[in-house]
Write a new protein. Structure first.
Length: 137
């Protein structure tokens, strides 16, 4: 699917008049026809905007995961929603760090939970026994 907004050079939140002006200024007949068919009819534009938002989110996710189209897809309609890979943070290392921290907390919880649980229940039983004996006497 083409990103009609990107190809026309307008923002997806642009007004109807701005979009009409961009369509009229467009030099490509096929793009002009598609844009008129989709963006000038209110119901079609609403449906296109929903799909556009979904595909934009998918493009962001692919970039965050470091996925891009191969070089043979560049400057193609299939590449409209692709973004360059986000290599600013090594996501794999961050994920491994978070998983290791969760495992450490889980193991620590299991290691200390059993003694405290048994000792706490034992102490609670003694306290309740003493209170019961005191109340009965």
């Amino acid at each position: 699917m083409r990103d009609l907004y990107q190809r026309l050079g307008v923002d997806s939140r642009a007004s109807d008049d701005t979009i009409r002006q961009a369509i009229d200024a467009c030099k490509h007949n096929a793009l002009k026809t598609d844009a008129r068919t989709v963006l000038e009819v209110k119901s079609r534009r609403e449906e296109y905007d929903r799909l556009h938002a979904t595909l934009t989110d998918i493009g962001r996710l692919r970039a965050r995961l470091g996925l891009t189209h191969g070089p043979y897809w560049q400057d193609n309609v299939a590449n409209d929603f692709s973004l360059p890979p986000d290599t600013s943070v090594p996501h794999h290392d961050a994920l491994l760090s978070r998983v290791a921290q969760a495992v450490t907390l889980h193991n620590r919880w299991h290691r200390y939970r059993a003694p405290w649980l048994v000792g706490g229940l034992f102490a609670l039983g003694i306290i309740l026994g003493i209170a019961l004996c005191h109340w009965l006497l």
